[in-house]
Design a protein around this ligand. Structure first.
Ligand SMILES: [Zn+2]
Length: 443
């Protein structure tokens, strides 16, 4: 489509002023867009996408090092194939801001190193007073979605903004994943600087142009809130405040900023807000909406503890199996006795408190069950350098103590549920007084 209005005719006069992409900019684009990858070709073969070398491996996650080129890469699932990524360059031409979108291809051929190609596919021209134009390559319709549909070799032409909503030029397929490189900004954007927010480059610039509240979030460093909201979701009165007033996320964000609370983890923060909302809190009170990093950490830790609890239950389940498996149990016991045979008859007493090592796996199981800690589930009976003592008064278990045999040292001393024993100091003093018992054994 030819330039159809005054703004587009103006843009047309400027297109020749866009600077070409230099070799070093190309190299930078590829480096930033394609971190090296090791692809799983089949169950036993991996392919290094850096050098094309195929080698034997069965690793299906994490990273590994290519034995040929020595580069570390992330292990990716899926057959090696052509990869496409988008890249955006922000450039100022006269008084207009341009977002130039490039498609980067990394071509992979069996047994060969990859090759790169780069092509410009879309330009979005933005004026500080809100006018916009799109220039783009044509797209081939009805093409298999894994194939590049951009018609390279043809001329870019104007695409009407009016129809853009309903066309593939606005699907954001090129905008959303694009990594951004800033060449130059017009003064309106320059005063904000370029910050990474989680929004696409186009959305970021248009929010800065059209949504003053977003401009404030950007300037005050509330980038997580900026990056997770649209103009309408930021300003919708959704939360309850005192006197039945409805307030928006924007008003809550202002409370945070005023109180020096910068939200880094938007998703956790919003969960907290929803939680406070359910409890009918005043959502303009800093007490309920300002969440320090420490509190976010607490919430994070709570989730972590819940996970650990689940894992502990799994371990206990495995331990129960050990207790039922007589053959394995006697093997483990024999090994335990062999490791600690000089130590197992240690016994000492003071102030009515007796100390002795746990004698076998059954006793570890009992101790863990009664004391509600992990001495059994964490398989402390397999540690050759540690001896586990139990301290009792009459029938009552006071504490479980891990001592290092040589050089002698108390490693840990815990009562039920991993709590600090009431007579912690006394217990430690008694053990230290009897340290020589362990020395004799070690000699
Ligand atoms: Zn390699």
């Amino acid at each position: 489509m030819k330039a159809g209005n005054k703004f587009e005719r103006y843009v047309e006069t400027l297109t020749g002023k866009l600077k070409p992409i230099t070799q070093s900019e190309q190299a930078e684009a590829f480096r930033r867009t394609f971190p090296n990858a090791i692809k799983i070709k089949n169950k036993t073969t991996h392919v290094c996408l850096e050098c094309g070398h195929e080698f034997e491996s069965t690793k299906d996650r994490g990273t590994e090092v290519c034995p040929h080129c020595g580069k570390r890469g992330e292990v990716l699932k899926g057959q090696p194939q052509k990869e496409l990524r988008y890249y955006a360059i922000l450039e100022k031409v006269e008084d207009l801001q341009v977002i130039r979108y490039f498609i980067l291809n990394k071509w992979y051929y069996k047994g060969m190193a990859y090759t790169f190609t780069l092509g410009e596919v879309v330009q979005r021209w933005i004026s500080p007073d809100g006018k916009e134009a799109i220039r783009a390559l044509p797209k081939r319709p009805f093409i298999n979605c894994y194939t590049v549909a951009w018609a390279f070799g043809q001329e870019m032409s104007f695409k009407r903004i009016r129809n853009v909503k309903y066309s593939y030029y606005a699907t954001e397929e090129y905008d959303y994943p694009a990594k951004v490189k800033v060449r130059s900004l017009i003064p309106y954007f320059k005063r904000y600087g370029w910050k990474k927010t989680g929004h696409t480059p186009y959305t970021t610039l248009s929010l800065l142009l059209h949504s003053p509240h977003h401009g404030t979030l950007y300037e005050t460093g509330q980038l997580a809130i900026f990056g997770h909201t649209s103009e309408s979701s930021l300003n919708r009165p959704h939360y309850g405040a005192a006197h039945g007033k409805k307030v928006s996320l924007w008003q809550i964000a202002k409370v945070c900023t005023r109180n020096g609370c910068i939200i880094k983890d938007f998703v956790t923060w919003r969960d907290i807000l929803d939680n406070q909302q359910e409890r009918g809190r005043d959502m303009l009170s800093p007490k309920y909406v300002c969440v320090s990093q420490g509190e976010l950490k607490k919430i994070h830790d709570r989730l972590l503890r819940q996970r650990q609890q689940r894992e502990r239950m799994d371990r206990i389940a495995r331990g129960e199996n050990l207790m039922k498996n007589k053959k394995e149990l006697s093997l483990v016991n024999r090994e335990y006795k062999r490791m600690h045979k000089k130590y197992l008859d240690i016994f000492f007493e003071s102030d009515g408190i007796t100390f002795r090592p746990l004698q076998n796996v059954q006793e570890f199981y009992e101790e863990g069950k009664v004391m509600h800690h992990c001495v059994f589930t964490n398989r402390y009976y397999t540690k050759p350098e540690s001896l586990i003592l139990t301290a009792t008064r009459g029938d009552k278990r006071l504490a479980t103590i891990e001592v290092q045999k040589h050089p002698f040292r108390i490693l840990q001393c815990y009562a039920e549920h991993d709590s600090i024993p009431k007579e912690n100091k006394k217990l430690r003093t008694i053990i230290e007084k009897n340290e020589k018992l362990f020395h004799i054994k070690a000699s």
